[in-house]
Design a protein around this ligand. Structure first.
Ligand code: ZN
Length: 308
C-alpha cells in the first residue's frame, strides 16, 4: 500500500537552527528527502525552547526558529509550504506550526495573538515543572490564573490545545476550557499509561476525555514512553495501539513520533524508516484501513474540520 504521513510532533525546526541544517536534506531524523517515502506528507513542527533559558531568552529563541524555518530554501522555493489550515488533497509537503512550552508567553497575553498571527495553530502549553502557565506532568499543580487566560485566548482564536506534558490537574482545566468553546483537545505525542506508567503517558480517563472532545492522540516513539525499562523497538508500540483501540480510539489515533526530540527505537531511526511500522502492523493483521487512518487519514480529517 502507498502510505501518506500526517505526523503530530517533531522537534526538527529547533535542531535545524541549532545545527544549521536545511529542511530538504540533513543529518536529522526528519527531512523532505526522507519524507519522499510517503505519497503525501504533513508535519506539525513543534517549537520547543531550551528549559535552561529565561522566558525572554526562550521567546527570542522561538522567534529565531520560526524565522529560520520561514527562510528555509525549500519553503521559499515552494517545494514545501507552511500552512495554517489543512492543505488540499494534492499538496506539497506541508508544515503546521506548534509551540511546545508556552512559558515563552512570559505573562504577556498579547503574545497569544502574536503566535496566532505568526501562524501557530497548535499550542502545547506545558513541558516541565511549574511555569507562568501552570503545572507540567512532573507536578500536581493546575493552571495559573495567567495560564487559564492564555488558554482561553488561544482556544478562542481557534488554536488547538495539547495536553501532552500537562499535569493531570492542568489537563482537566484544559479540557474544561476547550469544552466551553466547543473545541477539541489533542495529546500530540503521548502513549498509554496503562501500558507504560510514566507521567508523560495518558491515563484512561484522559483518553476518554480526548475522544469525547473529538480530539486526536499522537503515538510517541520515544523508547522511554514505550516500555518501562526504555528498551524498546517498533513492536513495542503495538500494546499501546491495542489499548487505545480497546477504548474506541480507532478514528482518533495518529502518530506524534517526537523525532529530533527523543531517543527513537533502533529499528525506526528516522522518517524514512517509518513505513516499517506500517509493515509490522499489517503483519500483525491490522487492516490497511487502520494503518492508513493511523498514518494520515484520522489527522487529516481532524485538521480539515478544525483548522481553517
Ligand atoms: Zn515533548
Amino acid at each position: 500500500m502507498k502510505l501518506s504521513l500526517f505526523d503530530l510532533h517533531c522537534d526538527t525546526s529547533g535542531e535545524m537552527l541549532r545545527q544549521t541544517q536545511a529542511l530538504a536534506d540533513n543529518s536529522l531524523a526528519v527531512s523532505l528527502n526522507k519524507a519522499t517515502v510517503f505519497e503525501r506528507y504533513i508535519q506539525v513542527m513543534a517549537h520547543w525552547t531550551q528549559y535552561s533559558m529565561s522566558e525572554e531568552e526562550a521567546w527570542n529563541e522561538f522567534l529565531a526558529m520560526i524565522n529560520n524555518l520561514k527562510k528555509d530554501p525549500s519553503v521559499t522555493a515552494g517545494t514545501a509550504c507552511i500552512s495554517t489550515a489543512c492543505p488540499d488533497a494534492n499538496h506539497v509537503p506541508t508544515l503546521l506550526l506548534a509551540v511546545e512550552d508556552a512559558r515563552i508567553l512570559n505573562n504577556k497575553i498579547e503574545r497569544v495573538d502574536q503566535l496566532y498571527q505568526m501562524g501557530v495553530r497548535i499550542l502545547t502549553p506545558l513541558w516541565k515543572g511549574d511555569t507562568c502557565i501552570g503545572g507540567s506532568h512532573d507536578t500536581e499543580n493546575g493552571l495559573t490564573h495567567f495560564g487559564k487566560s492564555a488558554l482561553e485566548r488561544a482556544v478562542g482564536l481557534g488554536m488547538i490545545p495539547d495536553i501532552s506534558h500537562a499535569s493531570r490537574a492542568s489537563a482537566e482545566e484544559i479540557f474544561a476550557i476547550a469544552k466551553a468553546h466547543g473545541r477539541p483537545v489533542i495529546a500530540s505525542h503521548s502513549n498509554a499509561h496503562a501500558v507504560c506508567p510514566v507521567s508523560r503517558n495518558l491515563w484512561d480517563d484522559q483518553i476518554r476525555a480526548l475522544l469525547d472532545s473529538d480530539g486526536l492522540i499522537g503515538l510517541n516513539l520515544y523508547t522511554a514512553f514505550l516500555t518501562p525499562d526504555g528498551n524498546a523497538s517498533a513492536k513495542d508500540i503495538l500494546p499501546h495501539i491495542e489499548h487505545f483501540l480497546s477504548l474506541g480510539a480507532e478514528k482518533h489515533l495518529a502518530l506524534g513520533c517526537d523525532m529530533d526530540g527523543c531517543r527513537l527505537p533502533d529499528d525506526i531511526p528516522d522518517l524514512a524508516a517509518l513505513p516499517r511500522l506500517a509493515e509490522l502492523l499489517l503483519q500483525h493483521n491490522y487492516s490497511e484501513e487502520l494503518v492508513a487512518d493511523l498514518f494520515y487519514n484520522n489527522a487529516y480529517a481532524f485538521a480539515s474540520q478544525y483548522l481553517k
